[in-house]
Write a protein that binds this ligand. Structure first.
Ligand code: FES
Length: 292
């Protein structure tokens, strides 16, 4: 009931959040376009985990400490904690902008509301920090800290909506375990050299790429946000997703380029006794599998 009310409240923001989100998207693409390595780093390809999610709890914890120090009258400790909170907040925001770049539709709109509220919060906290620098009357800075904490709480709720309800930066293969250990027939007869081909193995869709005598097979659904890998292109031994450009090594499923932070489930392919093709899942696609 309460959740439905919050969702309606968030959706009511689309009047301004949609155009602002589209504008932000254009700016972020212009910034990160030539800096792919930086975006990969901020997305968390190196960590096998979204960096924004790992950092975002830090400022919330530190801002909580600021309130405790303010209540206890520990002015210097509150000032230092507030400075650390703002720095960690800024770091989490930069990583968040990298993830935000690859959103579209409703996730982009909700992420825009999230980032706007969080940006307002950091501005309020910076004013609180500046106004408490002389350690004079602390009424205004303390009030501002409470206002900032309220904004951060609201912003964190909306950020949770982006991840838990809309599935942004969630591994699309989180529940896809290693498989039954049984070979399954593929519904293809012809696999041309170097061209991605979509095939079904039981309930699963795969993308097949033949390179010489070897047929590579990965799950068709991109681990990042569900893009169709069979509509992607083959580049340097990888398949590149057509949606946001993640690259997965054909031989291992390893993510060679973000924004995907998780590997792609990989399958072995062989010719069956009847002359057709069959596949066996060999990795689940969770982070670290096939790492090298
Ligand atoms: S869906 Fe985003 S890179 Fe594939």
């Amino acid at each position: 009931m309460l959740a439905r009310f919050f969702i309606q409240l968030i959706d009511a923001q689309r009047v301004w959040a949609r155009p602002l989100g589209d504008f932000n998207h254009r700016v972020l693409v212009a910034i990160f376009g030539p800096l792919r390595f930086l975006k990969d780093f901020l997305n968390g390809k190196w960590l096998g985990h979204p960096v924004h999610a790992a950092l975002s709890d830090l400022p919330i914890g530190i801002y909580t400490l600021v309130i405790v120090f303010d209540i206890l009258g520990l002015r210097q400790a509150a000032w230092i904690a507030l400075l650390l909170g703002i720095l960690s907040h800024a770091a989490a925001a930069v990583a968040g902008f990298a993830d935000y770049t690859d959103t579209d539709g409703r996730p982009r709109m909700v992420a825009t509301v999230h980032s706007t509220v969080m940006s307002l919060a950091i501005v309020v906290y910076i004013i609180s920090l500046v106004t408490r620098s002389d350690f004079g009357d602390q009424t205004l800075p303390i009030v501002l800290s409470f206002v900032g904490y309220g904004l951060v709480t609201v912003g964190a709720y909306i950020g949770g909506e982006v991840v838990y309800t809309l599935g942004n930066m969630v591994n699309r293969h989180a529940w896809r375990f290693i498989g039954t250990g049984k070979w399954q027939a593929l519904d293809v007869t012809d696999i041309p050299e170097g061209v991605p081909v979509k095939a079904r193995a039981g309930a699963q869709s795969l993308v097949l790429v033949r390179q010489g005598d070897t047929v590579h097979a990965l799950h068709e659904v991109c681990a990042h946000a569900g893009g169709p890998l069979s509509e992607g292109t083959v580049v340097d031994g990888c398949i590149e997703c057509p949606w946001h450009g993640s690259r997965f090594e054909l031989a291992s499923g390893y993510k060679k380029r973000g924004p995907a932070t998780f590997d792609q489930p990989r399958y072995e392919v062989r010719q069956s006794a009847s002359g057709g093709w069959e596949a066996l899942r060999v990795t689940s696609g969770s982070a670290g599998v096939g790492e090298h």
